[in-house]
Design a protein around this ligand. Structure first.
Ligand SMILES: [Zn+2]
Length: 257
């Protein structure tokens, strides 16, 4: 487990995750955690991992490393929070070098993830964007949809950003209506997950179908269908909350709960 306490990082060696523009460097064991004698200058501490400090280092020239999303298929499960933290912290540092309020260069604070502007005292923290992700169910059927961005044959749950001023439950109903045109009744919370593409925080919900026919726009969603447990399409990566929503529903169908 990643211990997110930067005050425990008192030395600049331990473990390192190397991240390029697109990819993440593989470690000898097939994961992303490299034991390293000395962190390069510019490495950013993330906390403590298995008793040793761990940092992320952003570099260029890494074209042949597996893309960050590709790691979702092969990474040991316990390393996913590390990947998520490393990608988001790096992106935040790259995007907040200058103050958004007065334009001066920002300074990184030592013991927390904060950038401080000495000009106007503005502070910025890693940006986290809340999203809802929802599995619509009708009896033992699930409504799954595919975006044109998906690999061939893959379908997934519906997702979207929560808008300013909106509750998560309101966002579920709005997104469902916008994306597939159906109405939902009871909405119930499942679990959450950090999703670093680029900085989403997914709140997972089940939504019970209440009425209406599937209507899609053909642009963001190119197809949406009802699926039974016996006739499933390709599903999202195993670490994703989307996969967990589907898996958990399949278990509840199988056990008759
Ligand atoms: Zn400022």
């Amino acid at each position: 487990m990643l211990i997110r306490d930067l005050s425990r990082v008192t030395q600049r060696h331990g473990y390192l995750i190397r991240v390029g523009r697109d990819g993440v460097a593989p470690a000898p064991d097939g994961g992303i955690i490299q034991p390293i004698a000395d962190w390069p200058s510019g490495a950013v501490a993330l906390g403590e991992w298995q008793g040793a400090p761990i940092a992320v280092f952003g570099e260029n020239g890494s074209a042949d490393w597996p893309a960050a999303r590709q790691w979702l298929h092969t990474l040991p499960r316990d390393q996913f929070p590390l990947l998520s933290s490393a990608l988001q912290v790096l992106k935040w540092l790259r995007d907040h070098r200058f103050c958004g309020r007065c334009g001066k260069r920002m300074k990184r604070l030592e013991h927390e993830f904060a950038m401080h502007c000495t000009g106007c005292q503005h502070r910025s923290y890693p940006r986290i964007s809340p999203c809802i992700i929802t599995l619509i169910t009708r009896g033992r059927e699930m409504l799954l949809a595919r975006s044109p961005r998906f690999g061939p044959g893959m379908y997934s749950t519906l997702a979207g950003f929560i808008e300013a001023g909106e509750s998560a439950e309101e966002a579920v109903r709005r997104e469902v209506h916008e994306e597939v045109g159906v109405e939902v009744g009871r909405v119930s919370y499942f679990q959450s997950q950090s999703w670093p593409f680029p900085h989403s925080f997914m709140l997972g919900y089940y939504a019970e179908y209440a009425g209406g026919d599937i209507t899609i726009d053909g642009v963001e969603i190119e197809d949406a269908q009802w699926f039974t447990p016996e006739d499933l399409p390709g599903l999202p990566p195993k670490f994703s909350i989307s996969h967990a929503l589907i898996d958990n529903f399949l278990r509840s169908v199988a056990t008759g709960r």
